[in-house]
Design a protein around this ligand. Structure first.
Ligand SMILES: *Cc1c(COP(=O)(O)O)cnc(C)c1O
Length: 366
């Protein structure tokens, strides 16, 4: 059996450090926020080149609070893509704002920059690009459009810790940026977690209050807030993992390169790394014309694969009320039919990558 990811292998490689860090939290009884979370926030902010980091209990919460800090709510529109994890769009809906969708580019799978301006109306407040699969969206034109129309830019960097755009880390480019520490993400906690980054002190202050019942002082509620705090244990685990993440990112990039080389002999589309980008391969996705037959073959060979994502959000039953129909976003819809994610994790052996690739090349010869 070749698993899609191997969280156990990673845990075993840092077991002593993790166990010590967790024991420290148990000893201190700082189970919610506390010193470990505070230290993690400042280490994470400096790692991403941002001035403020507010740790929360999920990537979705990070997005929700970023949107609220930018004063987005009912009557406002936020521009994003239909081809993303549902959490991106759910967070916009939580605020009462309306997601306005724009198709993706066919090769990078990130927002089609040339279609953004057509979607802007007098109600538009923000652009929310998604750095999908670990690759940065084309941020320069996005920032330029936002500046011209006085819009806020919120990066959904949930899949992209360590990714770079023109030498800059994602998370420090937009006005706000959000990361997820779901265990399967590149920087994964041992439970749920997320963080919002910003260089704006006012936004940071608002998010800090909203994370914890809208209070500055205990039991004095200045805003209608939430219980979105990060656990102490997650802060401690993430501090340990932050020391190793660069090596893991490099390992992911080596695995992706190996797949690219081996799969060049197969009749399929491998991922690209757009010009000026450093892709961190949260997911290694290929596109094939007959996905069902390849999935079946890989399953029979005991190779685990997943589909990210089989249905773009505008066609999901829960989001039909956004008012879009099939055909609205041709590129998203076509990619959703062809995409398949192969096993990839930093601890993956070359021989395993070769075994997966050999089967694919054999079933899809050029
Ligand atoms: C994972 C993810 C989220 C949500 O993060 P959670 O921690 O699961 O809430 C949002 N957007 C994208 C693109 C994601 O991949």
């Amino acid at each position: 059996m070749i698993p899609f990811i191997d969280l156990k292998a990673q845990y075993l490689s840092i077991k002593d450090e993790i166990d010590d860090a967790i024991k420290k939290v148990l000893g201190s009884c700082q189970f919610v926020l506390g010193e470990e979370v505070l230290n993690f926030e400042s280490e994470f902010a400096s790692e991403c080149g941002s001035s403020h980091a507010i740790a929360v209990n999920s990537g979705t919460s990070a997005l929700h609070l970023a949107l609220l800090a930018a004063d987005i709510g009912p009557g406002d529109e936020v521009i994003t893509v239909p081809y993303t994890f549902v959490g991106t769009i759910a967070a916009i809906c939580y605020t009462g704002a309306h997601p306005v969708l724009v198709d993706i580019e066919p090769r990078s799978y990130t927002i089609a920059v040339d279609q953004i301006e057509k979607a802007i109306t007098y109600k538009t407040k923000a652009i929310l690009p998604v750095h999908l699969y670990g690759q940065a969206a084309d941020m320069d034109p996005i920032m330029e459009i936002a500046k011209r129309h006085h819009l806020v830019v919120i990066e959904d960097a949930c899949q992209a810790f360590g990714a770079e755009y023109k030498g800059k880390r994602v998370g420090g480019i937009g006005d706000l940026a959000c990361f997820s520490f779901y265990p399967g993400k590149n920087l994964g906690a041992y439970g749920e977690g997320g963080i919002t980054l910003t260089n704006n002190a006012t936004y940071a202050h608002t998010i800090r209050m909203l994370r914890q019942w809208g209070q500055e002082e205990r039991y004095i509620h200045l805003l209608k807030g939430f219980n979105y705090r990060m656990d102490g244990i997650q802060g401690a685990v993430l501090r340990v993992k932050l020391k190793h993440i660069e090596a893991w990112t490099q390992a992911r990039r080596r695995c992706a390169q190996k797949y690219n080389d081996l799969l060049s002999k197969a009749n399929l589309i491998t991922p690209i790394q757009a010009a000026h980008n450093r892709h961190v391969y949260h997911l290694y996705t290929i596109r094939v014309s007959n996905r069902e037959s390849l999935s079946k073959i890989l399953k029979e060979e005991n190779i685990e694969t997943l589909i990210h994502y089989p249905i773009p959000v505008h066609l999901q039953p829960a989001y039909l009320d956004l008012g879009y129909t099939a055909g609205a976003f041709p590129c998203s819809e076509e990619v959703a039919k062809q995409i398949i994610s192969l096993p990839l994790y930093p601890e993956m052996k070359d021989s395993t990558i070769k075994a997966v690739s050999d089967i694919i090349v054999k079933s899809l010869p050029k």
